[in-house]
Write a protein of this length. Structure first.
Lengths: 130, 383
């Protein structure tokens, strides 16, 4: 089996992955215009400011869209079927993640639940809010 | 009305299509298509002073094809915005022609992805940069991204799997009229729905083919077109836009960049929707077609499913669409946009035999690239 692709934290993304390891979902907030930014980057895509801070998210959001994957690349084949969703966080940004629910639906309220991949790395999954 | 002639398509050709075998290369296919397109135009290699290409194995696709064919261009453009690149190249070519920087532009594409089995649904190993938030989940690409768009469109507008299937069925009916098409046997809506789910809600028959193939388009100035014996097809409008690279960053999963490129091209051409006789749009997946028709304004947002129902876009229907059989049934060598231009040109020359749209005078081409990321629209007029 081919190795599963994993993120390599870099100068932009390390704070995100460090927080994820501690079970926190963290995104950038621009100190120039106050807008939230995801994925992490050194310049605000709304106002060009390079003053970006980090905020802890509530971890809650809703499903903007989803797909149940039946055929995919070799390294994920043992996991099918699984659901990948675009989650709209309460903070107004969208991210792609695994959705660990039996019957997904658009608009479903969800919250983050981290999957520990290694000592260094946890990935944000989402589950239905009870 | 008199419309500005921005340039002319003087020659078009495909290479061998389908499965060409492991001994062929993408450059070989491009050269085969380029030779046929130039000969159709009545032009020689020494006439070509601009090259446009994208994709293939070479790090510089334009330098690769120019060297291979012995061309020394004074204009070179390897813009790569995905499968719509070649449709954008037409806009770039006529812009360079109008600026006096070239007169004969050669646009080429070739791929042996099928024979090389190089197409992959994912990536392995360590993922760097922004892609680390996109490629770690096992989402098969590009199909999974289009599946996300389809789920959203169905949720927002009530679009059904049957309506998506209408697109595949109508496109196959056009392919039945094209001897070059990869699949020509008729299919039903039931066949589409019974084919395996790849990434819900998209079935296998909602997805484009994986084939080999290449194509070439020769774009010339009005002056050059006037000196040639063939029937020119005039470029009268063009537009392009991209809104994102990755699907998580698409502003609205139901609106493609055709909403930006389409109005620009149509205004430049001075045409309305009702003026158009034939429409060729990138059909990477059935949802691509429905969202593209809405984004181009052929119907209101959300009405695309109803628009394509009852085989309206099939042969004999009142909206001839993807008249070569499309990426869904004719060929799809990875980046399909050049084949839209080839088909629209042949329709406007009246060469399509059984698949000819009677009296076709005006055509719209819309390429889509990436994961609904880019669009390039071209409006063409017969002579």
């Amino acid at each position: 089996m081919t190795e599963r692709p994993l993120p390599v934290p870099d100068r932009d993304t390390a704070p995100f992955w460090e927080a994820a390891r501690e079970g926190r979902l963290r995104i950038q907030r621009c100190l120039g215009c106050g807008r939230n930014v995801f994925y992490p980057r050194p310049v605000c895509p709304h106002c060009l400011s390079s003053e970006l801070g980090w905020i802890d998210c509530s971890g809650r959001g809703s499903v903007y869209s989803y797909t149940v994957v039946h055929r995919t690349s070799e390294e994920f084949r043992d996991q099918v079927p699984f659901t990948v969703a675009l989650v709209e966080l309460e903070e107004g940004v969208r991210l792609l993640a695994r959705l660990d629910v039996g019957e997904p639906r658009v608009g479903m309220p969800v919250e983050v639940a981290f999957e520990r991949v290694s000592d260094e790395l946890s990935l944000p999954h989402f589950k239905e809010v009870d | 009305m008199t419309r500005d002639r921005l340039g002319a398509i003087a020659g078009v050709a495909e290479s061998d299509l389908g499965v060409v075998g492991p001994d062929r290369t993408s450059l070989d296919l491009q050269a085969q298509a380029a030779k046929a397109a130039l000969e159709e135009a009545g032009l020689g290699l020494s006439d070509v002073d601009a090259v446009f290409s994208a994709g293939g194995e070479a790090w510089s696709p334009t330098m690769a094809i120019a060297e291979y064919l012995g061309i020394t261009p004074r204009w070179s453009d390897a813009t790569n915005i995905g499968g719509s690149s070649f449709d954008a190249h037409v806009g770039h070519a006529v812009t360079a022609i109008r600026a006096g920087r070239c007169e004969v532009a050669l646009i080429t594409y070739g791929s042996t992805q099928r024979s090389q089995r190089s197409r992959s649904l994912g990536r392995t190993g360590e993922i760097r940069g922004p892609a680390q938030f996109e490629l770690i989940w096992g989402l098969p690409l590009p199909v999974g991204a289009y599946a996300l768009a389809a789920t959203r469109h169905m949720h927002q507008y009530g679009t059904t799997a049957e309506q998506l299937a209408e697109v595949a069925v109508a496109t196959r009916a056009w392919a039945a009229l094209n001897p070059k098409a990869y699949y020509r046997d008729p299919i039903s809506i039931g066949d589409v729905l019974a084919s395996p789910i790849i990434s819900s809600p998209l079935h296998l028959l909602d997805c484009c083919l994986v084939t080999d193939g290449g194509g070439a388009v020769v774009v010339v100035s009005e002056a050059v077109a006037g000196s040639l014996r063939g029937k020119p097809v005039w470029v009268i409008g063009h537009g392009e836009a991209h809104t994102h690279l990755t699907i998580a960053n698409m502003p609205d999963l139901t609106v493609t960049p055709a909403a930006l490129s389409g109005p620009v091209a149509m205004e430049m051409a001075g045409v309305t929707h009702a003026d158009l006789d034939v429409v060729e749009v990138y059909d990477s997946f059935t949802i691509t077609v429905i969202e593209t028709l809405e984004s181009l304004g052929f119907c209101a947002p959300g009405e695309g499913g109803e628009f394509v129902s009852r085989q309206r876009t099939a042969p004999g229907g009142d909206f001839p669409l993807n008249t070569n059989g499309g990426g869904l049934s004719y060929c799809h060598p990875g980046m399909y946009g050049i084949f839209l231009l080839i088909e629209a040109t042949r329709q406007l020359r009246g060469e399509r035999g059984e698949a000819q749209v009677p009296g076709a005078r005006l055509a719209l081409v819309n390429g889509t690239g990436g994961v609904l990321s880019s669009c390039a629209t071209v409006v063409l007029a017969g002579d």
